[in-house]
Design a protein around this ligand. Sequence first.
Ligand SMILES: Cc1ncc(COP(=O)(O)O)c(C=O)c1O
Length: 405
Amino acid sequence: MLSRYFKPALLRKIAAKAGTPAYVYSKPLFLKQIRTYKKAFRALDPLFCYAMKANSNGALCALAAAEGWGADVVSGGELYRALKAGFEPGRIIFSGVGKTPAELEYALRAGILFINAESMEEVLELECAAARLKVKAPLSLRINPDVDPHTHKFIATGLLGTKFGVSFEEARAIYRYAAASPHLRPAGAQFHIGSQVHSPRPYALAARKLAAFISGLAGEGIRLSYADVGGGWGVKEGGEMADPAALAKAVGPAFSGLGLKLLLEPGRSVAAPAGVLLSSVIYRKRGGGKNFIIADAAMNDLVRPALYGARHPAGLVGPGRGGTKRWDIVGPVCESGDFLAEGVALKEPSAGQLIVFYSAGAYGFSMSSQYNSRPRAPEVLITGPSSWRLVRRRETYKDLLAAEL
Ligand SMILES: Cc1ncc(COP(=O)(O)O)c(C=O)c1O
């Protein structure tokens, strides 16, 4: 149960000082997920590159860096954050389908491990950037293995027909081109089949395809050093991640004996369980036969329920009144899509009572916005049984206008 990492007394203290809504992360639980990964993969000795898009708060990233993890970044901004958080450049990789020439140049100047390119045009742009800087760019290709990850269509990326990656056939031609270029160095190959993937089977299938492809390339003299199996390992909302030993068992055997360094890019599975969104009840009302709790957190704080139909288990901090009823928990934003949870069984809360939404540590704050001119929530890190600190302050009304000219 995640609630043992987020004790009511501590949540009350945090709310009293930091206010609500607020994201609250548990350092012990974040570290536990990281160490569970390390243990599960010990025999394979991979490089873990934390997918910063899940949660790029500097305090969490610094914890991952201190555990020896690298970072998977998807924009110049994330690369900037990664370097500031203390990730070693030689452990940073850069993914994404639309890196700009300026971002590619930034990555080369920073001396990152490799760039996961996703098209021939991007490879040509990378070659030009490397030529300008008089360096040889370390190149990996994101290959679309055409494997169905069986997840929500917005986060399924492993099938041909999505915008992601290149086919094996195209990849072979690009590696041949890169091997002959004075400014490109074929370094690795990657797949990322999707997010919230709960079965190891699609990973095993994709890993076998990638390993066969890499062996074929080696047969023509193009030797890669890294096999990157992406991220995407799922978490049951409201629980810790599934044991990644199943993932290790799925991908490990495929690459055995090929002399490759294995890379993984976990994001959600590490960060999601380690965070909650803490909110307060503003009002209760009844309408159309339904009970509504109107909370002070909204879709601008946590968009996943509206965007993906994601379910974040919700609980009251402290007892409620009367019997259990079904509630829709909604926010103050002017959209019918502004809901945080639907049909949740809870006792009646009082106005001002705290509500906690679990499994909100990933794609929560990082996808938040100022929609409806709502300043973004603060982020808090629980560091011990009764200790915590603010790791990002609450935005102010002034922040809403800070970039306007
Ligand atoms: C290329 C890449 N790597 C890693 C990840 C992290 O996935 P997850 O947070 O599901 O582990 C993503 C997420 O979309 C991604 O696009």
